[in-house]
Design a protein around this ligand. Sequence first.
Ligand code: IPM
Ligand code: MG
Length: 358
Amino acid sequence: MKKHILVIPGDGIGPEVTTWGKAVLEEIAAQYNHEFTFDEALMGHAGIEATGNPLPDETLEKAKASDAILFGAIGHIKYDNDPSAKVRPEQGLLKIRKELGLYANLRPIMLFDELLDASSLKPEVLRGTDILFFRELTGDVYFGEKTRSEDRNTASDLMIYHRYEVERIAKKAFEAAQVRGKRLCSVDKANVLESSRLWREVVQELAKQYPDVETEHMFIDNAAMQLVKNPKKFDVVLTANLFGDILTDEASQIAGSMGMLASASIGDGTGFFEPIHGSAHDIAGQDKANPLASILSVALMLEISFGLKDEAKKITDAIDKTLKDGYRTGDIADANTDKAKILGTQAMGQKVLEYLKG
Ligand code: IPM
Ligand code: MG
C-alpha cells in the first residue's frame, strides 16, 4: 500500500513523541511491504515562531494533500499565563480541525492489564473497562461566536449546535456501537441547555434506526461521576465538544495515564491522529515523555484510515509485550516497578521497536 503521511510534531513534547510514532510507521512499512512517504509541517507555537501563524498556509496545504496526519501536541506556557494574547497556539489545532472537517474525535479508553496498578483508581473497579468516546469536534462553544464588551468586563462564548452536526457524529457512534458492545450512552446537559435538548432530540430520533443498540441518555455531571464509580458500565459514549474534552481527560486516568491515550479525528477527508495529552512543557526536551500514546495513534491511523487491521494489532501487541516485561515510562511506573526498567522516551520507543521486530 502506498500512502503519504504528514507529520506535525507541534510543541513541547510533541516532537519527541512523534519521532517514535513515525519510527513505528517506518518499521511497519518495511515489514509489510508498504510504501509510506513522509513530510513534516509546523503548527501551534512552532508555527507562530516561524511564520506568525499557528496554522501556516503551507501546513494546511500539505495536510489536505496527505492521506493521514500524525500530530504531536500543541500549546506553550507563555500563552497559558497570558489570557490577553490574540494569537494562540491552540488556534492552529482548532482551525485545522474545522478546515479538514474533522467532526468526530474517537478516543478509545484501552486498558492494558499491566497498568491496572498505575491508576489511582482501584484495579477491581477498572478491570474489564473498554470505552470508545465519540467527541464532537467542530461545533459547540469552541466555534460559537465569542464576544467581549467594550469595557472588557463581560464575555461570552456561544454554545451552538445544528441538527446536521449532531446527526453525523451520532450516526458514526451508533455504527460503532453496533460492532462493539451494542450500548450507547449519549451525554448532555438537557436539563439546562437548549443546545443539549436539540442534541438529545436528534439522538432519540436516530436511536429508532438502531434497535439493536441499547441507548441511554445521561447528564454530564452524572456521567463524570459514573465514569470513576463504575467505568465498566460504558461502551460507546457520545458527547459534545466541551463535555468530551473534559470527560476524556478524566477517563485517561482509567488507562493509568494521559500518556497512554491516542485519538483519531475523522470526518470528510484526511484523518488526523494524535495523543490526547498536551505539550507538557514541564518535561519537554528531557527524555521523560511517554511515546506510547503517539505509537497507539499510529495504530489507529493504520486501522481507521488505511484499513490495515493486522498491522495495527501488531503494534498494540508489541506495546502489550513491552509492558508485560515490566518496561515503563515514569508516568506509568508504580511502587512495584523495577527501577532498572523505568525508561526515558527514547529507550521506550526503542523497546517497542525491538518487540515489533520480534
Ligand atoms: C484536546 C485539547 C484541545 C481541545 C486544546 C489543546 C485546544 O485539550 O484535544 O483535548 O480542547 O480540544
Ligand atoms: Mg483536552
